[in-house]
Write a new protein. Structure first.
Length: 423
């Protein structure tokens, strides 16, 4: 094939990719790890999308909010082994039509230590995770340890370790770093996780990573007959300044459906809701539109990330005001808690800082940051016992038995110190 024809085919493939994935996402895969280890670059290498779109992210060069990208995986019928895997419907090596395997949603979580609350909330949306570790730095870095612990607390067991930036080190240093990674994950939830060396910047070994994802992060079984429940991670006002009144659209909620099915026209409830006369009142609205994988849908089932257009006044959803909420059919959602009774487990040392600082026992009156599902709130312990009570500044909607991550300020920043179970 001539170079001109190959270039023409390549442009056609890129045009097809811009239309979005061919199928709906089946699974959410999180990308976690230390700051600047290449998670967002890896997301771009897989999906073609740069997820740092917030203005402050662009200026500072780090991920602040959770980023999302949908990507379809394909397999070439002619190529062998890992070379058969890719993200294009046309094989970029032999230009034959590829078999569509499935579509996944990537959740790019921030790695900076001051943004751990965002990571904790993002982990609630993940069915599996990719832990990104840079080959050009000693392992583990502070947030590498913290993020792995977050995955353990969230109960995420399907984990792949990516050894990124192998292009920036010698063969000997890459082997040394690999040994550090093996030692680091020993005895953790990721002990038996596969380790895939790559260069996200130059797209080296991306096909091997896709093969590993297909084999090790399977699509979980979903029960579509359960009452629908969606965890809200983002909320938006999509109306631009100057929009005519007749063209104004209702508020939009983004997140993931964890069970059941949602349809256009469904009446739904949003909890905790709004505070009216010192009491939380749930919001009720009607679903006006559903979008998944860049496509409008009449109904959605679990798997992947989605956007829900509602009949809510858009002022109620701007700037992530409703992030942390839970959506479901009226009367089916868990209770809203102003105080949480927790059976608490503490860590031996503070995670996320280089010094091995021991975790001090919790005391009554000490502020804590709590993360449950996608909700974040601050609370103060009012009773310390086998089952401790924490009074919350902002209420949360949660089931008994759910895990709650506990963070405390250490050296002026929030760090993970333990977790609790709602009883």
């Amino acid at each position: 094939m001539t170079e001109k024809k190959a270039d023409k085919k390549s442009k056609k493939v890129k045009a097809e990719e811009k239309k979005g994935p061919e199928s709906l996402p089946e699974v959410n895969i999180g990308l976690v790890g230390h700051v600047d280890h290449g998670k967002t670059t890896l997301t771009q290498a897989l999906s073609g999308k740069w997820t740092d779109t917030h203005s402050e992210e662009m200026k500072r060069g780090i991920t602040i909010r959770i980023g999302y990208a949908d990507i379809s995986f394909y397999k070439c019928p002619k190529c062998r082994d890992s070379e058969a895997y890719g993200t294009s419907p046309k094989c970029m090596k032999c230009f034959v039509d590829c078999e569509l395997l499935r579509t996944v949603s990537l959740v790019d979580a921030p790695g900076h230590e001051t943004l751990m609350a965002t990571v904790l909330s993002g982990s609630a949306l993940m069915d599996g995770a990719i832990l990104v570790i840079a080959a050009n730095e000693p392992c583990p870095q502070p947030q590498t340890s913290e993020h792995l612990l977050v995955l353990d607390i969230a109960g995420i067991k399907n984990i792949i370790v990516v050894q990124n930036k192998i292009d920036s080190v010698s063969k000997e240093d890459a082997a040394k770093n690999y040994g550090e990674i093996k030692e680091f994950i020993k005895g953790t939830v990721a002990e038996n996780a596969p380790i895939v060396p790559i260069s996200a910047q130059y797209r080296i070994n991306i096909d091997a990573l896709i093969e590993t994802i297909e084999k090790h992060i399977t699509t979980p079984k979903r029960e579509h007959r359960d009452e629908p429940r969606m965890l809200v991670a983002r909320s938006f006002d999509v109306n631009k300044p100057g929009t005519e009144i007749v063209d104004i659209k209702g508020g939009v909620l983004g997140g993931s459906l964890v069970q059941g099915e949602l349809k256009i026209g469904d009446n739904v409830e949003i909890r905790p809701g709004l505070k009216i006369d010192d009491k939380m009142k749930p919001l009720k609205t009607t679903i006006k539109g559903l979008q998944k994988a860049m496509k409008d849908q009449k109904s959605v089932t679990p798997g992947g990330l989605l956007g829900v257009s509602t009949g809510l006044d858009s002022s109620l959803t701007k700037s992530d005001v409703l992030a942390g909420s839970v959506i479901g059919k009226p009367g089916t959602l868990p209770p809203v808690w102003d105080d949480l009774n927790l059976k608490i487990s503490m860590l031996d040392r503070v995670v996320g800082i280089k010094d091995k600082t021991a975790v001090e026992p919790l005391k009554e009156g000490v502020p804590l940051m709590l993360t449950v599902g996608t909700a974040r709130t601050v609370g103060v312990m009012t009773k310390k016992a086998d089952v401790s009570t924490i009074k919350l500044k902002l209420p949360v909607c949660a089931e008994k038995g759910e895990r709650v991550a506990l963070s405390r300020q250490v050296m002026g920043r929030w760090h993970l110190v333990g977790w609790g179970e709602i009883v």
